[in-house]
Design a protein around this ligand. Structure first.
Ligand code: HSE
Length: 446
């Protein structure tokens, strides 16, 4: 029995500090729970002098990554620097030397993850990545272990706190996207460059990881259709509210009966009475439907120093338990053994069907509505309802909002291209997909 498990953290920023604080302050309880001492042996960063707000023994701080990677006593390397390089090189070198890995690096896993998992499979080390999705929410462990009895063919998630914070304030306060974003940046809630968060890329990284685990396919960032929230206007929010929906940046992963994965990120209208519709502010939620268990929703803080540190330490504790019991690799990193994960089988987005919200910006003149309806009809797109508000004083354009019945994305794109080329259309038509939660839940439940 190994009585000490040595850990080295590379990256002493927000999450690195949270992780170190938990390891140092909760050492006793972690020892009881894992039957071993988890020893924080190294912390590596370019900046080892700034005050992080808690006491760190000076001798564990270094600016040289080789102190960690070449330390024969180091059992676990915790990578918290983010980005692709040098994180990837550090991880692969550590794996080669037989060290277990814990990382929060969703961008790396969604783009080069299979190289890392293959390398770890070869050397028999563990790779923990609970913190890469949903911050402190234990969704990876839930999928791999708690739901192991299920075919989880539906994974939905609100997995970006910044985007959800912006949409929530737009909904509750009627503010514009730009105004909320500016305020969020001022308060430090949103990054100076918010592209990854608001354009859905961060959410796509997370969906790539979750759908790989749930569907047993090597799903990467390039497989996921991604649209962000920056085009949403207050007028869309107020129509959605009036029609009984909230707009969320939703990650959608569904595997159909033929094994094809439909994986998408886009603004989505969700009925107001559904639990996912009620996730507000910076919170995240992840919603699975398993064929035995039915619906499961996990809710919590998707980012932040201590929540993310909590997930990192959970992975460290899992590995420490496996090391002390002599069974590293007990739970395969991707739930299935690496060799059983298949290449991706992706349903093309053009063949996806759902209900739609269209907002046309048109000249208010006779014949416009019937022309739009005619073009939609030619593509077999059936209209469920139409809302047109009267012209406000002095305006030359009016919005016409239509909700459709179930329609195919390819046909919708073709019809909208034709509609948007008409002279009476004054701005690009806004489309928002509607998730029919009732139908989804009925069709997914085993
Ligand atoms: N930037 C992310 C968010 C957290 O706003 O939720 C890290 O993935």
């Amino acid at each position: 029995m190994k009585d000490v498990v040595n850990v080295g953290i590379v990256g002493f920023g927000t999450v690195g500090s949270g992780t170190a604080k938990i390891l140092l302050e909760q050492a006793n309880i972690l020892k009881k729970r894992t039957s071993t001492s988890i020893n924080l042996k190294w912390i590596c960063d370019m900046d080892i002098t700034s005050d992080r707000g808690f006491h760190v023994p000076g001798q564990i701080l270094t600016t040289d990554i080789n102190d960690l990677i070449n330390d024969p006593e180091l059992d676990i390397l915790v990578e918290l620097i983010g980005g692709i390089e040098p994180a990837k090189t550090f991880i692969l070198r550590a794996i080669e030397l037989g060290k277990h890995i814990v990382t929060a690096n969703k961008a790396l896993l969604a783009t080069h993850g299979f190289e890392i998992f293959e390398a770890s499979h070869k050397t028999g080390v563990e790779v923990g990545f609970e913190a890469s999705v949903g911050g402190g929410i234990p969704c990876i462990k839930a999928l791999k272990e708690g739901l192991v009895a299920n075919n989880v063919n539906t994974v939905l998630g609100i997995m970006n706190g910044t985007a959800n914070y912006i949409l929530t304030r737009m909904t509750l306060e009627g503010l514009s996207f730009d105004d909320v974003l500016k305020q969020a940046q001022k308060l430090g809630y949103a990054e100076a460059d918010p592209t990854y968060d608001v354009e859905g890329i961060d959410t796509a990284h997370k969906l790539a990881i979750l759908s790989t685990l749930a569907f047993g396919q090597k799903i990467g960032l390039g497989d996921i259709y991604t649209e962000g929230i920056s085009r949403i206007k207050p007028v869309d929010i107020s129509f959605a509210t009036e029609l009984g929906y909230n707009i969320k940046l939703l990650a959608i992963g569904k595997k159909n009966g033929e094994g094809m994965a439909d994986v998408r990120i886009h603004p989505t209208m969700i009925p107001k009475d559904h639990l996912l519709s009620q996730i507000n502010g910076a919170f995240n939620a992840i919603y699975f439907i398993g064929d035995s268990v039915g619906k499961v929703m996990l809710y919590g803080m998707g980012a932040g120093q201590m929540p993310t540190g909590s997930a990192i330490v959970a992975d460290i504790a899992d590995i420490a338990r496996d090391i002390t019991k002599g069974c590293p690799g007990r739970v395969p990193a991707l739930s299935l053994p690496f060799a059983s994960i298949t290449p991706p089988s992706i349903k093309p987005v053009e063949s996806v069907t759902c209900k739609y919200y269209f907002r046309f910006t048109v000249m208010d003149k006779p014949g416009v509505l019937s022309r739009i309806a005619g073009i939609l009809g030619n593509e077999g797109i059936s209209i469920n309802s139409v809302v047109q508000k009267g012209r406000a004083g002095g305006e030359s354009s009016v919005p016409i909002v239509m909700l459709t019945h179930e329609a195919q994305e390819g046909k919708v794109r073709k019809a909208l291209k034709e509609i948007d080329s008409q002279g009476f259309i004054l701005d690009e038509t806004m489309i928002i997909r509607i998730e029919d939660m009732k139908a989804l839940e009925e069709s997914s439940h085993g």
